[in-house]
Design a protein around this ligand. Structure first.
Ligand SMILES: [Zn+2]
Ligand SMILES: [Zn+2]
Ligand SMILES: [Zn+2]
Ligand SMILES: [Zn+2]
Ligand SMILES: [Zn+2]
Ligand SMILES: [Zn+2]
Length: 414
C-alpha cells in the first residue's frame, strides 16, 4: 500500500481524533477498588495535603486543580473517593472512609530529597533519582553525582556561557552531550545507564544485607578521600576474589523462560539456610561512611547495577533482611490503566507502546503524554504532506525513536 502523506495524514488525523476520544476510557476508572497497589500517584495541592489520588482521578476529578506528580508509590490506595478529600470523586461515586494504610512521606507535603526542596517541573534543572526503598526522589547533586547546576548563581556569570549552543536543533543532537539533561550540563559521575536501581543512604542503613554489600561489585558508592579530593565511585572491593555467582540453574533457567511471579518466587526459595555465606569482603571505606556517617566524605547512597537481584547471597543470615524488603528480590509490578484491546489503531498503538517501553519512572502521565505525542507527531508528519511524500514505517519509527531519546534526557529515573 502506498499513499501520499496527504491521504495518510487525513486518515491518521481522524484515527487520532478517535484515539483521543477513546483513550479517556482507560482513565475512566478510579483505582480505589483495587486497594493498595503500586501506582502513579498525584498530589492535589488544591484539595488536601498530605493525600494522593490515582492517575484517572487526576485527569477526571481534579482537572483544574494544581497537581504534582509523585510517580509510583507502593501500597497506595486512591484517596479521591474518601472523606479525606472534600471534592467529590466523579469516577468512584460511593463515599468511602479515610484510608488507614497509606503511608504519606514528605513527598505528600510537596517536598523531596534529603534537602527537602519543593519540586517545580518548570524550573528544576536536575535529574532526580527515586529511591527503590522509600520511593522519595533525590537530586543528583545531593548524591554527589554532579555539581549543583548554576541556577542559583547570579545571571551575569550564568547566561552568556550557557548559550554557547543557541537553540540546538533537535535534528542535529550532539551525541556527546546526550547524557546531560540540559545542554550545558556535564554528565553525572554515575550515568543513568550505569545502574539499575538506587537506594538512599538512610534506607541502606536499615537493610543489613544491603549495607554489607555497599561498595562491593555492583553496589556503587560515591566517596572522596578528604574534603578537597574529587568525588569518585567505588565500584568493587579491592583484592576481591569471591565471585558472587548465583547457584547454577536458578538464574538462567528462569530468566529466559517464564516471567510470572511464580518463576521469580522459585528463585527466592532456592536458598538453603545452611549454605555458606557468599557476601564478598566488605568495603571498609563504604562501611565507614554508612556506619560512622561521615557526610563530608560521602552520603552512603548505593547504586545497584543491572542484575543485582540475582547476585545477593541468600544464606540464612543474608536472606531475612532481603525478604523484609521484597523489592530487592522481585521487581514490583506497577499498575497502569489498561490498554484498549479493540483499538486496532496502528499509529496509536505504536505510540502507546513507545511510551510503555520507557522505564516506568520516566513515563509521564499517559493522557498528557499521549496528547503531546499526537501533536508532535502531526507536526512531524506535516512537511511530508506538504511535499506530497510517502511516509513509511521508517519515518514513523524515527519519530518515536527521537521521542524516546528526548524522554530519556532530563527526566528522572529510579
Ligand atoms: Zn482515584
Ligand atoms: Zn483536587
Ligand atoms: Zn476521583
Ligand atoms: Zn536534594
Ligand atoms: Zn530511601
Ligand atoms: Zn550470606
Amino acid at each position: 500500500m502506498s499513499s501520499t502523506l496527504k491521504d495518510y495524514i487525513e486518515t491518521q488525523d481522524s484515527l487520532l481524533r478517535e484515539a483521543a476520544e477513546a483513550l479517556p476510557h482507560q482513565f475512566n476508572r478510579c483505582t480505589y477498588p483495587l486497594g493498595s497497589i503500586r501506582q502513579p500517584v498525584y498530589l492535589c495541592l488544591t484539595c488536601a495535603l498530605p493525600r494522593g489520588i490515582c492517575a484517572a482521578c487526576s485527569v477526571a476529578c481534579h482537572t483544574d486543580h494544581e497537581q504534582v506528580e509523585l510517580f509510583p508509590k507502593r501500597d497506595f490506595c486512591c484517596d479521591c473517593p474518601t472523606s479525606a478529600l472534600h471534592h467529590p470523586c466523579t469516577l468512584h461515586t460511593t463515599p468511602e472512609d479515610e484510608n488507614t494504610t497509606n503511608h504519606y512521606g514528605q513527598n505528600f507535603k510537596g517536598v523531596f530529597c534529603r534537602c527537602g526542596r519543593p519540586y517545580d517541573p518548570n524550573t528544576e534543572r536536575e535529574t532526580m533519582i527515586q529511591c527503590l526503598a522509600c520511593e522519595d526522589w533525590f537530586h543528583e547533586s545531593c548524591c554527589n553525582l554532579r555539581e549543583r547546576p548554576d541556577a542559583d548563581l547570579p545571571l551575569s556569570t550564568n547566561e552568556p556561557q550557557a548559550q554557547a549552543d543557541p537553540q540546538p536543533q533537535s535534528d542535529d543532537v550532539d551525541d556527546g552531550a546526550s547524557d546531560a539533561s540540559s545542554s550545558d550540563l556535564p554528565p553525572p559521575l554515575i550515568r543513568a545507564s550505569d545502574y539499575d536501581s538506587f537506594v538512599c543512604a538512610s534506607c541502606a542503613r536499615k537493610i543489613p544485607t544491603l549495607l554489607r554489600y555497599a561498595g562491593t561489585n555492583g553496589c556503587l558508592v560515591v566517596v572522596r578521600d578528604d574534603v578537597s579530593a574529587p568525588w569518585r565511585v567505588i565500584r568493587e572491593t579491592k583484592n576481591e576474589t569471591v565471585d558472587v555467582d548465583v547457584p547454577v540453574g536458578s538464574k538462567r533457567a528462569h530468566s529466559s523462560s517464564v516471567e510470572g511471579p511464580e518463576a521469580k518466587r522459585t528463585r527466592t526459595e532456592g536458598s538453603n539456610p545452611k549454605s555458606p555465606c557468599l557476601v564478598p569482603p566488605t568495603n571498609s571505606v563504604a562501611q565507614g561512611i554508612l556506619i560512622a556517617s561521615k557526610p563530608d566524605l560521602g552520603t552512603g547512597d548505593v547504586f545497584l547495577t543491572e542484575g543485582f537481584r540475582d547476585r545477593w547471597c541468600r544464606c540464612g543470615s543474608c536472606l531475612p533482611s532481603l525478604e523484609a524488603n521484597k523489592f530487592l528480590l522481585l521487581e514490583e509490578e506497577t499498575y497502569e490503566p489498561p490498554d484498549d484491546p479493540d483499538s486496532g489503531l496502528s499509529l496509536e498503538e505504536l505510540g502507546i507502546r513507545a511510551l510503555s517501553r520507557l522505564p516506568r519512572e520516566r513515563a509521564i502521565d499517559g493522557i498528557h503524554a499521549f496528547n503531546a505525542m499526537r501533536d508532535d507527531l502531526l507536526k512531524y508528519l506535516r512537511p511530508f504532506a506538504q511535499e506530497g511524500k510517502v511516509v513509511g514505517e521508517v519515518d514513523v519509527r524515527a519519530f518515536f525513536d527521537r521521542l524516546q531519546e528526548e524522554k530519556a534526557l532530563g527526566v528522572a529515573r529510579s
